[in-house]
Design a protein around this ligand. Structure first.
Ligand code: PEP
Ligand code: MG
Length: 578
C-alpha cells in the first residue's frame, strides 16, 4: 500500500527511484569486561582493515570526481588509521583494562581529540581532532557491524533521504545518480534547497520524519514542483509522475528558446536577470541559462570547501575565474557570510543560542578576530577587479556605521594595493544587502552612501516575521507576498531611485513567479535567482505590461492586508501564472 506525504517543494523536477538513506546509524555500545583480550585485539585489527579499505575506495572516488586536492582530507584520515601510537594505546587499554575494543577505541580517541582541541588557536590541530573523530566513528561502525552512509560512493539511481543536508553533503551528490532528495527539515530558502536548485536536483524538504517512514531501497516517487512524495507508488502513480516529469521537461525546452533573448516586458522595458552562484564552477550554469549577470556570488562556500582559510592568491584565482567566465558582464560578489547555519571547521565560532541573530557575516568581518580574514578577501577582490566588471556587497548590514567601517577597509586596502603598484579597477561599485529590517527602514539614509542595494529576502523575511528559515514548523511565516514585506521592499526600491542608485534582489523571492509581477510593478532593477529560474522568469516577463504591473503593485501595497489577498490580486492581473 503506497503512502503519500507532502513537504516543501524546494527544487523543480520529478523523479522515481529507490531510496538511499543518508542517516547516521546508532553507534551506541556497552562496556564489557573481557577475558580473551587477544580476540578483542583481533576484532580491532579487522575493523581497522575494513575501515582502511572503505576509506581508500572513497578516496579513489573523490579523486576521480572532485580532484586530488578535494581528496586530501581522506589522506589525513588514512594516516590516522595507521598511526602506531594511537593504535598501540588502544591495544594497551584492551589488555590493561580487560575491556572490549569498542570501549578502548572510544577512551583513547576521546583523549586524543581533547588533547588536540585544547591546543586552542591552532586550526591545524583542530582539524586533526576532527579527523580522529571521523575515523573513530568509522572504526566503531565496523566493530559494531553497522554501515556508515557515504554519499560519494552512490553508483545507481537513487533518491537521497536525510534529516538535513549540509552544503558539503550536497556538493558530494553526483547528479548522474542522485535523482532527487528529501529531508526532514529545511525550507525553500535553506542552503540545501539553494544548492539543489543550482545542481538541478529535484528536492522536497521539511517533511518532518521521512527518515523514519522510508527504508533503504524502497521505491519513491518525488515531485519537487508540488512537494508531493509517494512511498512505494503503484504502477499507475509511477506513470503519473513520469508524465509530470515529461511535461516539466517540455516546458524547460520551451524556456530554453529564450536563452539568448533580451529580458523585456510586453511593452519593451528591460530588467536585468542575474544568477546566484556558490562556486566558480556555477558560472557555466549561469551562462547556459542565459543570465545577464551574477547578482550574488556567495563566497562563503570558498571557505567552507577548504581545509583552512583560503589564501589571498586562492581567492584571487576564484574571483578572477568568475569575472572572466562572465566576460565583462557584471558580477556582484558578497563578502563572506559565515555563521548562522554556515560553520567553518577551522574557525572557532562561539556556540550561540540564536546563531541567526548572532555573530555572523559582516559582524565577524568587522570584529578584531575577523579583521585579517576580511582584509585578505577585500585585497583578493580588488586584485581580481581588473578582469571584469566587479561589484562588491556586504551581508547583514544593520547600521550605517557598519557600512562605513567596511567601506573604510575597502578604501584602505585599495590605497595599499595602489601603493604597492598593483592595478585595481576604478569603477568598482560597493553596495549592501538589505536583509535586516532596520536597514530597510533606513534605506533613504543608506542610499546616499552606497552604490546599490541587493535585497536578501531569505533573511529579510525571517527577520521581519521573526521566523527561523530553517524551521519547518514556522515555514508558513515565510510569506514573500505579505503586504508588510512588500512595503519594506517598495521602501528600499524607492529610496534607491530617489538617490539615483539601483536596487536588486538576490533572495529566492526574485525568481518567484507570483512575486515577479509585483516587483516589476515596484520598479526593481535587477532580479538575481537560482540559474535554473532565469529562463522561466524571462518567459514570464515577456507577458507583463509595466503600467499594469504598477497598478497591481500599488493596489497590493495599499489595499491588501493578507498574503492571500495579494495572491488573488496577482492572479487577477496575470491569470497565465501557473
Ligand atoms: C538572503 O538572505 O536573501 C540571501 C540572498 O542570502 P543567503 O540566502 O545566503 O542568506
Ligand atoms: Mg542572507
Amino acid at each position: 500500500m503506497s503512502e503519500v506525504l507532502k513537504g516543501i517543494a524546494a527544487s523543480d523536477g520529478v523523479a522515481v527511484a529507490k531510496a538511499y538513506l543518508l542517516v547516521q546509524p546508532d553507534l551506541s555500545f556497552e562496556t564489557v569486561t573481557v577475558e580473551n583480550t587477544d580476540n578483542e585485539e583481533a576484532r580491532l585489527d579487522a575493523a581497522l582493515a575494513a575501515s582502511q579499505g572503505e576509506l581508500q575506495a572513497i578516496r579513489d572516488k573523490a579523486v576521480s570526481s572532485l580532484g586530488e586536492e578535494a581528496a586530501s582530507v581522506f589522506d589525513a584520515h588514512l594516516m590516522v588509521l595507521s598511526d602506531p601510537e594511537m593504535i598501540g594505546q588502544i591495544k594497551e587499554t584492551i589488555r590493561a583494562k580487560k575491556t572490549n575494543a569498542e570501549h578502548a577505541l572510544k577512551e583513547v580517541t576521546d583523549m586524543f581529540i581533547t588533547l588536540f582541541e585544547n591546543m586552542d588557536d591552532n586550526p591545524y590541530m583542530q582539524e586533526r581532532a576532527a579527523d580522529i573523530r571521523d575515523v573513530a566513528k568509522r572504526v566503531l561502525a565496523n566493530l559494531l557491524g553497522v554501515k556508515l552512509p557515504s554519499p560519494a560512493m552512490i553508483n545507481e539511481e537513487v533518491v537521497v533521504i536525510a534529516h538535513d543536508l549540509t552544503p558539503s553533503d550536497t556538493a558530494q551528490l553526483d547528479r548522474k545518480f542522485v535523482k532527487a532528495f528529501i529531508t526532514n527539515i529545511g525550507g525553500r530558502t535553506s542552503h540545501s534547497a539553494i544548492m539543489a536548485r543550482t545542481l538541478e536536483i529535484p528536492a522536497v524538504l521539511g517533511t518532518n520524519n521521512i527518515t523514519e517512514l522510508v527504508k533503504d531501497g524502497q521505491l519513491l516517487a518525488v515531485n519537487g514542483i508540488t512537494g508531493e512524495v509517494v512511498i512505494e507508488p503503484s504502477e499507475e502513480t509511477q506513470e503519473e509522475f513520469h508524465k509530470a516529469g515529461e511535461a516539466y521537461k517540455a516546458l524547460k525546452a520551451e524556456w530554453e528558446q529564450l536563452k539568448d533573448a533580451k529580458t523585456e516586458t510586453a511593452d519593451g522595458k528591460h530588467f536585468e536577470l542575474a544568477a546566484n552562484i556558490g562556486t566558480p564552477k556555477d558560472v557555466v550554469g549561469a551562462n547556459d541559462n542565459g543570465a545577464e549577470a551574477i547578482g550574488l556570488y556567495r563566497t562563503e562556500f570558498l571557505y567552507m570547501d577548504s581545509q583552512d582559510f583560503p589564501t589571498e592568491d586562492e581567492q584571487y584565482e576564484a574571483y578572477k575565474a568568475v569575472l572572466e567566465g562572465m566576460n565583462g558582464k557584471p558580477v556582484v560578489v558578497r563578502t563572506m557570510d559565515i555563521g548562522g547555519d554556515k560553520e567553518l571547521p577551522y574557525f572557532d565560532l562561539p556556540k550561540e543560542m540564536n546563531p541567526f541573530l548572532g555573530y555572523r557575516a559582516l559582524r565577524i568581518s568587522l570584529s578584531e578576530k575577523g579583521d585579517g580574514m576580511f582584509r585578505t578577501q577585500i585585497r583578493a577582490l580588488l586584485r581580481a577587479s581588473v578582469h571584469g566588471k566587479l561589484r562588491i556587497m556586504f551581508p547583514m548590514v544593520a547600521l550605517l556605521t557598519e557600512f562605513r567601517a567596511a567601506k573604510k577597509v575597502f578604501d584602505e586596502e585599495k590605497a595599499n594595493l595602489l601603493n604597492e603598484g598593483v592595478s585595481v579597477a576604478d569603477d568598482i561599485q560597493v553596495g549592501i544587502m538589505i536583509e535586516i529590517p532596520a536597514a530597510a527602514m533606513l534605506a533613504d539614509q543608506f542610499a546616499k552612501e552606497v552604490d546599490f542595494f541587493s535585497i536578501g529576502t531569505n533573511d529579510l523575511i525571517q527577520y521581519t516575521m521573526a521566523a527561523d528559515r530553517m524551521n519547518e514548523q514556522v515555514s508558513y511565516l515565510y510569506q514573500p507576498y505579505n503586504p508588510s514585506i512588500l512595503r519594506l521592499i517598495n521602501n528600499v526600491i524607492k529610496a534607491a531611485h530617489a538617490e539615483g542608485k539601483w536596487a536588486g534582489m538576490c533572495g529566492e523571492m526574485a525568481g518567484d513567479q507570483i512575486a515577479v509581477p509585483l516587483l516589476v510593478g515596484m520598479g526593481l532593477d535587477e532580479f538575481s535567482m537560482s540559474a535554473t529560474s532565469v529562463l522561466k522568469t524571462r518567459s514570464l516577463m515577456k507577458k507583463l505590461d509595466t503600467k499594469q504591473m504598477e497598478e497591481l503593485a500599488n493596489k497590493a501595497l495599499t489595499e491588501t492586508s493578507t498574503m492571500e489577498e495579494v495572491v488573488a490580486l496577482v492572479n487577477e492581473y496575470v491569470p497565465e501564472i501557473q
